[in-house]
Design a protein around this ligand. Structure first.
Ligand code: DGT
Ligand code: CA
Ligand code: CA
Ligand code: ZN
Length: 573
């Protein structure tokens, strides 16, 4: 997975953000925002394009094309560097709060000298905001509520963001002379859905050149603390990165220790103690004589403790150590097991790529099947009609080839009473139907449960899309009796989606685990709105792994024949 488009898009969004907080021309701000979105989803790598080719990207004019060229050739953007210098870090931290636009962030910063989220929460608590121009006690209370919801996610980034940063940094460190291994540990290696800070581990005899190279990384803004084997840095995007340089002969022990989780580590050390051993980040020793039993690899350490190797996404002390002791760890689904994608969008609704482009992208991933599931009419802003959908079905027919099966579908909208778009007869004409909640997220738990069960039991519905409706850092999961929904899904042959979009990861791991325990099956889907989004299934697969999901529980690992029988409901548990 190459990442230059994401990087360029991130710089363009940052330009928009900084221009807007500086009171810049709103037209320019919007131009940068639109260009960032277009670049993020553009199918070609923008850093390989010349000025003329860049001009072809929708929403990228010659002015922004010139900026992209500068970024691609030098890795810097002069204007961005100037803006960064002008806007204080404290002010930028306020911009992340949902609903607090640049103007109001500036106002709070200037008038109350609030420079961080804790200070903002304190200002709300001390009722200071209500006295500012344009504020009142209602808007202050609302901000307090938003902050409470945001606090859990505040200071944490999405998995995809951390992964991209870590891989870029590791790319630079891996080429430093003397480096034997360079990898990430912590919550990122466990594939948690949000990440507090990034932990990097490098195996090398001499830490000095590694830490020098780290300080010089393009993404590192400053090194806050540097010891003999550990550096703590902040990236240009304000993310904390801990780097530890480890002697190669104890790398495995350090990897176990710093991958965590804390609870997993505590449980391992208890097992070590019981056997008369001591486990630390330097190795596993026999207490009696200090002899080292294992230290170089993780496999050796788990084996010396009488455990099979525990994959990092399982290391949360939720039963994996007992399973490893009994040789009962599950086989986990992997992204390479996926034979197709069952939730994708095209330009018929809100996708950015045409049907032909999506099909070509699926083919180049060597998928065996692809479900096209554009939005249905009740999501009114998309202006989808039955005629357009039937036209699309004919276009899909025309693109059918033996190497890639095309499944014509739709993503339906589950209404508050559980009913769906279109009548049953029309619905029965699709190959695959995803049904999702896109509105009315706040209902009583009982009503929500009834609503989802009714959708899941519809004879033409195959997949419950992004079941909890959460948006990480923005919207909480809906309230629902999940066990009842999973039972209904298992009974009626409807799969639960693990939506792979970076801000969704929905079902979350622990609910995917519960679904599988209830005999339900899952679909790991990209929900792609552009060809590049097809790659997101790596995040969905990681989320499923955290839920102990086996390949056979995932319908898009199945061969097409078995999948088609499932989609036609000719399937018995
Ligand atoms: P995060 O950064 O909040 O997303 O979560 P982690 O798990 O990456 O936590 P972090 O960065 O504080 O520490 C990385 C790993 O290092 C953690 O998973 C286990 C280990 N570790 C850190 N502090 C402690 C500690 O006080 N006790 C133990 N047993 N392990 C620790
Ligand atoms: Ca961490
Ligand atoms: Ca850390
Ligand atoms: Zn949706």
């Amino acid at each position: 997975m190459t990442r230059s488009n994401d990087e360029v898009a991130a710089r363009l969004s940052e330009m928009a953000e900084l221009l807007s907080i500086g009171g810049g021309d709103p037209y320019r701000v919007r131009a940068y925002e639109k260009a960032a979105r277009a670049v993020e989803s553009y199918p070609l790598e923008v850093d390989e394009l010349d000025a003329r080719a860049l001009d072809e990207i929708p929403a990228v004019g010659s002015h922004i094309a010139a900026k992209i060229l500068q970024l691609a050739s030098t890795g810097h953007l002069d204007e961005l560097d100037e803006l960064r210098a002008q806007v204080p870090a404290g002010l930028r931290s306020l911009l992340g709060v949902p609903g607090l636009g640049p103007k109001r962030a500036r106002q709070i910063y200037d008038e109350l000298h609030v420079t961080s989220l804790p200070e903002l929460a304190e200002a709300v608590r001390a009722e200071q905001l209500r006295h500012l121009k344009g504020w009142g006690d209602k808007s202050e209370a609302h901000l307090g509520e938003v902050l409470r919801q945001y606090r859990e996610a505040a200071g944490r980034m999405q998995l995809a963001t951390a992964l991209a940063l870590a891989e870029e940094l590791l790319g630079e460190l891996a080429s430093v002379p003397g480096v034997e291994r360079a990898t990430y540990a912590g919550s990122l290696r466990r594939r948690c859905e949000t990440i507090g800070d990034i932990d990097l581990l490098v195996a090398a005899v001499d830490p000095v050149p590694v830490m020098d190279a780290f300080a010089a990384c393009r993404l590192v803004a400053e090194v806050g603390a540097r010891g003999s084997t550990k550096s703590v840095a902040t990236t240009t995007t304000g993310v904390q990165v801990d780097l530890r340089v480890i002697p190669p002969e104890v790398f495995g022990a350090a990897l176990v220790y710093f991958t965590g989780s804390k609870a997993h580590g505590i449980h391992l050390r208890r097992i070590a103690q019981r056997r008369g051993f001591k486990l630390s980040e330097y190795g596993l020793e026999r207490v009696a004589d200090g002899s080292v039993l294992a230290s170089a690899t993780e496999e050796q350490i788990y084996a010396a403790l009488g455990l099979s190797y525990v994959p990092p996404p399982l290391r949360e002390d939720t039963g994996e150590i007992e399973a490893a002791a009994n040789g009962e760890l599950p086989e986990l689904v992997e992204v390479v097991d996926l034979r197709g994608d069952l939730h994708t969008h095209t330009t018929l609704s809100d996708g950015l790529a045409t049907l032909e482009e999506m099909v070509a992208a699926a083919r180049s991933r060597r998928y065996r099947y692809l479900g096209i599931t554009d939005h249905a009419p009740l999501l009114a802003m998309q202006r989808v009609t039955a005629e357009k959908v039937l036209d699309q079905r004919r276009a899909v027919e025309a693109l059918r080839r033996p190497d890639l099966e095309l499944l014509h579908g739709s993503e339906l909208n589950i209404q508050p009473d559980g009913s769906l778009d279109w009548d049953d007869d029309f619905l029965s004409g699709f190959d695959v139907l995803v049904a999702s909640v896109h509105s009315a997220f706040q209902m009583s738990r009982d009503d929500m449960t009834k609503r989802l069960i009714r959708a899941v039991e519809h004879p033409s519905v195959n997949i419950l899309g992004h079941p909890t409706g959460r948006s990480l850092g923005h919207r909480p999961a809906i309230e629902c009796d999940w066990e009842a929904v999973f039972d209904a899904a298992a009974r009626s042959g409807t799969a639960l989606e693990v939506n792979s979009f970076p801000d969704r990861l929905d079902l979350p791991g622990e609910l995917a685990r519960l679904a599988q325990q209830h005999g339900a099956v899952l679909a790991i889907s990209s929900d792609a709105h552009a060809t590049r989004h097809l790659d997101h299934v790596a995040l969905g697969a990681a989320t499923a792994q955290r839920g102990w999901v086996r390949p056979d529980s995932v319908i898009n690992t199945w061969p097409i024949g078995r999948l088609r029988r499932f989609l036609r409901k000719e399937w018995h548990p």
